[in-house]
Structures are given as C-alpha cells and as structure tokens.
Write a protein that binds this ligand. Sequence first.
Ligand code: KPL
Length: 300
Amino acid sequence: MQWTILGAGAIGSLFATHLLRTGQDVNLLDTRCARQHASHPMMLELLDGSFCMCELPCISHQAVSDLTLLLVTTKVWQVIPALEALVGKLPHSCPIVLLHNGMGPEEWLLTHFPQNPLLTGVTSCGAFKKDPHHIKHTGLGETWLGALNEAGTHYQSLIPPLANALGHAAWSDQIRERQWRKLVVNAIINPLTALYNQPNGMLSEHQAEVNALCEELHPLLIAESFTEPVTAWCEVIFKVAEQTAQNYSSMQQDLAHQRKTEIDYITGYLLQQAEKIGIKLPLHQDLYLKIKKLESTFTT
Ligand code: KPL
C-alpha cells in the first residue's frame, strides 16, 4: 500500500513524515507546497525533542491513475476544488480518506466518487509547521477513521500502520458522531480565540460566553440524537481548552496570517443544519458574521 497525501499543511506533513519514518511508502501529490518538500527534505521534530529528516517524493497529477490510497489533509474549503481535478482520473479502486476540520465535503464526495471506497476521520494530534521544511509534533492525540460508504468499511487495515506511526489510531463505526463532537468543540473554541486573538486557554476567562453558546446549540444536538446535558458539552469544551491552553487555534492562526478560515464548514455547517429544522442560533450567527467580516478584509 502506497500512501499519497494531498495537502502538506501541518496535519498532512505530520502524517506523511510519521508514516515514512515507520517504514510506509509515502508520497505527496503535486501542489505548490508538495514541490517545496520534494526539492528539500522535511524535518520532523518529535515530541521528545529529537529530529528526523524525511525525503518525501512528490508525484505529478499524471500519475493519479496509479494511486492506491489518497489521504486528503487540505484545509476543509480546499477539499472539493482539489478533488474536482481528480474526478474521472482516480481509479475506482483507490480509497479516499478525508481528514479535516468541520463538516460538509462528505456529501459532495459521495456523489462525485460513488464507486471509490470512501472514509473520513478526525484527529486531535497537535502539529505546528514552523517553516515549509520543519514540522513539529506538539501533542499526542487520537485519530479515528470510519467509513462513508460500504466499500470504505473494508479498509480497517489502515489502522495498524497509522497507530504505529502516530501512537494512536482506531476504527469507529460512529464516525459521524465523532465528527459532530469535534465540530462543536471547533465551533466554540475557534471563533472565540480568533476574535479575542488569544490562545485556547483564554476560554476559562469567558465561561459565561461559552455556556451561552453551548446552551444555544443544545436543541440542535438533541435533534442530532445526542443525549448529554448542556453541562457535559461545556465541560468538554473547557477540558480541550485547558489541555491545549498554550496553543493558538487553527482559526486564530488563519486570521493572524490573513488566510481564509474554515468558518463556513464549522459554524456555517451548524447554521445550515439548524435552519433545515427551524432552529435559530443567533449567537453562533453573530460569531460567523464577525469572522466573515474580518476574513473579507483580506480575501476579496
Ligand atoms: O482543533 C482545534 C483547532 O485549533 O482547530 C482545537 C481543538 C481547537 C485545538 O486548537
């Protein structure tokens, strides 16, 4: 099995280098970022402070017809444009694994690659790309994969090499539920830390705001068949914020570097789901509009 990784940002680079150093056959699908790695090896800084140099070959779009496994680790808003270029070119036998923040591209994938084995995942691994050739592993995390279609269920064999590379990986038959849980965490931590321009630990000083956001989301979560009380959701948010207190959220980093954020697939997705069943989320809508306003100062 050869792993082709599309999207060499922090998570893509972390997965690529860890898989390579544990003996997997890994390459990067040609993008501007991937070409930089091909011309210069990538340095992986491990959790114990040691370093490992990784040569990651870059393969061209012409080689797409030979792919055996595609792991998509782009920003969520890049998933559909990146995969659109592969429609009709990727062999039907090639599994596609999505790994991104937020939700939304799954439905598009099911429609446009109906014959491929399709999977999605969530990860809480911490990584920071110090520069284009230096990826720092900042925190051990959990990685879960699950199937999006029947063909995807036959790929539990991806778990052992991932677990060997990352320290933890497991299969989930409830991957949508896991995605929703991460979505809720991201929908509260990411916009708040981005707007206050502070690390995740700042949430402990904004308890009332976090509680109100959780409370507003609760009817939607009940409609999605989650049974726990609002207090349980608040506890999870504060726990993640505490465990990652020194980190800047991905949305804070995106805004700080004047990059497009993932808000459309995080809060935007929640707003869409709520609207479908007639639930209003004015506090979340307010966060959404504030982030979009900041984003519009550099994306248009
Ligand atoms: O996933 C994250 C993100 O920043 O996108 C959290 C969990 C908030 C950690 O920073």
